[in-house]
Design a protein around this ligand. Structure first.
Ligand code: ZN
Length: 434
């Protein structure tokens, strides 16, 4: 691609940038929490349709995906859980096809009074930062995908290959949204996911397991507490046991390519705890909602079985839990990690686009969290480039994404599309090819 075209594309991104950020702010205003993504998805459907793409909104159908090896078990109602996929068809397919993917779901925002700059769903720009829940993770990315294509149009071009723009759900809990798109038949020669990755490319990531632990106690009046068994107190022993398991899994890191130098790849989290019924009754039950990572290449089933057998073994001598072992159930992520092969044509193209958009070399890194890229890499054999803007506090309070970084990333994506897919003049312009 020549320098003039590169400059024109980057200038076109600049020209559309105010509109792009206004669109990102519109997305942030939707509290698109799990199972509540539909209004935001309808909004995106409309925005894509307005641009002339063929747009399909479809429900994530548990029955269609449940036998797929990438499926994660669910305990929620999927009736309002919809994906949106827009398709660009070239007049003449000359280049390589592409999927531009992003997830619309956001994680719960926590107590609103702990958001200091602006309430979570009221976007606010302060200097170079755009605040709001889901702004960085990853509504800025969804917007970047759409506006990268808009930038090409602004100068009279469109991709000379098929492009799907996907806005999926369930990335933060199961990965079933991206999986449903794959099962629906959407594949391409490469995919990009502009997740908040500080303008770096994800080389490898962890898989994730979600599970609940149910601890049953024995309710009595507190005056006889010695004869009862407090499920809440017992839960702490379960947590300690799982922390020990976590450390033993971290000690295996040298066996996994790219992970030997990651400080603490396997993180365990108790994210939610419920239990008991009454201040003066010894707690009869407790439920822990947990998350743990696994290495790429690990089989979720084997790691899940290892958790259950570890708890049974480690707590066998516990005066209470030994007799009433905690019950484990699997209710979310049951997902593998992935490694992106080095040296693919897609990576080379992104490195070039990144250099042209940012004047710096593309770095890659390993991240210990879940990413939907595993669906494309593991189950479709596609190179999937997870690469997106600089952010802070994703999943925390005062989540924020860098505006200048969004612009650079959008520029890099637009340049990548032009190179990977090739470009053709849009029909209205009359002439063909570039
Ligand atoms: Zn994300």
């Amino acid at each position: 691609m020549n320098n003039t075209l590169t400059r024109k594309i980057l200038a076109a991104v600049e020209e559309g940038f105010e509109e792009q950020i206004a669109f990102t702010e519109d997305l942030i205003r939707f509290p698109s929490l799990r199972c509540k993504e539909k209004p935001a998805q309808e909004f995106v459907h409309g925005a894509l349709e307005k641009r002339g793409y063929a747009v399909s909104t479809f429900r994530v159908d548990e029955h269609k995906i449940k036998d797929h090896p990438g499926f994660s078990p669910v305990a929620v109602d999927y009736s309002e859980t919809v994906n949106v996929v827009a398709t660009h068809e070239p007049r003449e397919a000359k280049g390589r096809s592409l999927i531009l993917n992003g997830h619309m779901d956001v994680v719960p925002e926590g107590p609103h009074e702990m958001w200091e700059v602006s309430p979570p769903y009221e976007p606010k720009r302060v200097g170079d930062w755009l605040y709001g829940r889901g702004g960085g993770d990853m509504k800025a990315g969804i917007a970047a995908n759409i506006f990268a294509l808009d930038a090409l149009r602004r100068i009279g071009f469109q991709p000379a290959a098929k492009v799907h723009i996907q806005s999926v759900v369930e990335e933060e809990c199961t990965g079933n949204g991206a999986l449903a798109c794959l099962v629906e038949g959407y594949t391409a020669d490469a995919a990009i996911i502009p997740e908040p990755e500080d303008e770096m490319l994800v080389r490898a990531n962890c898989g994730v397991l979600w599970f609940e632990i149910h601890v049953a106690g024995h309710p009595v009046h507190v005056r006889e507490a010695g004869t009862g068994a407090n499920a809440i107190e017992a839960s702490f022993r379960v947590i300690e046991s799982l922390k020990k398991l976590t450390e033993s899994w971290n000690a295996e890191k040298a066996n996994y390519p790219y992970f030997a130098d990651v400080e603490h790849p396997i993180n365990f989290n108790v994210g939610k705890i419920e239990g008991g019924d009454w201040a003066s009754t010894v707690a009869a039950w407790s439920k822990l909602s947990c998350r743990i990572a696994i290495y790429p290449g690990d089989d979720p089933k084997e790691r899940a079985a290892a958790i259950e057998s570890h708890l049974a073994r480690d707590l066998a001598g516990d005066p209470f839990l030994g007799n009433r072992p905690p019950q484990v159930s699997w209710n979310g992520f049951f997902a593998k990690g992935y490694v992106l092969d080095e040296g693919t044509d897609a990576e080379t193209a992104l490195a070039q686009a990144h250099r042209n958009a940012t004047s710096s070399d593309l770095k890659s890194f390993v991240t210990p969290g879940y990413l939907d890229a595993r669906v494309f890499v593991i189950y479709a054999g596609m190179p999937c480039l997870v690469y997106g803007p600089i952010t802070e506090n994703i999943h925390g309070f005062d989540e924020r994404v860098s505006l200048s970084s969004i612009k650079r990333v959008t520029g890099a994506i637009a340049l990548f599309i032009a190179d990977w897919c090739g470009i053709e003049r849009i029909a209205e312009e009359g002439t063909s090819g570039y």
